[in-house]
Design a protein around this ligand. Structure first.
Ligand code: MLT
Length: 198
């Protein structure tokens, strides 16, 4: 996978963009959250009419589950390899995903055993896969939802929240008055969540 790695002295973020983004799309947000951060930012390998994604879909919110499974394995392998190369433990990372990137990250937390244990999922939704039962008590996840979101329904958001929550994930939730976009206000809430991690 194509990725950008920039070593800093602050928090360590894995960045996963939304549909049509690339490895640069989330960098400003990571720097807003922590100007000194280490950044590992991936480009999704699926090309949908020129737009990068992390897994295939067959229309809006019609997810291709075999592609999702394959790409989730691939992403986890890449994260593991790069972490080894850079001498970074998996539990040091904070995964920061938006939309399609948040969705693959949510799937990874739910459906793979991983030492990754912190995630900021901006405007995610359930992808309808929920096959595991192991506890996720070690995981801390920030979730945001836009009240006017034309893509993510409250039901799809709440389903994801319940999937994570019933297995013990420590969840912090932010609702915005906006749509699918990331707002300054929710990033302020993310900053507070980050400061509470210590
Ligand atoms: C998107 O457009 O990225 C959707 O909101 C989510 C997805 O397709 O994973």
């Amino acid at each position: 996978m194509k990725y950008l790695f920039e070593k800093g002295t602050g928090r360590k973020f894995i960045l996963l963009h939304g549909t049509g983004g690339d490895e640069y799309s989330m960098v400003d947000i990571a720097q807003h959250l922590d100007p000194q951060s280490t950044i590992l930012s991936f480009r999704g390998e699926i090309n949908e009419n020129g737009m990068n994604r992390f897994f295939k879909r067959n229309g809006l919110n019609q997810f291709d589950i075999p592609s999702l499974e394959k790409e989730t394995d691939h992403l986890l392998e890449q994260i593991t390899t790069i972490s080894d190369e850079q001498g970074i433990n998996m539990d040091e990372w904070i995964v920061l995903g938006y939309s399609n990137g948040a969705n693959i990250a949510g799937h990874l937390f739910l459906e793979r055993q991983t030492e990754l244990n912190k995630a900021i999922l901006l405007h995610p939704m359930s992808l309808g896969v929920d096959s595991r039962t192991e506890p996720l008590k070690d995981k801390k996840v920030f979730l945001s939802y836009g009240e006017e979101d034309p893509i993510v329904s409250l039901d799809a958001f709440k389903t994801l929240e319940n999937q994570l929550g019933t297995r013990g994930t420590q969840i912090t939730e932010a609702h915005t008055e906006a749509g699918h976009q990331i707002t300054v206000k929710e990033l302020e809430q993310v900053k507070k969540w980050l400061s509470d991690l210590e």
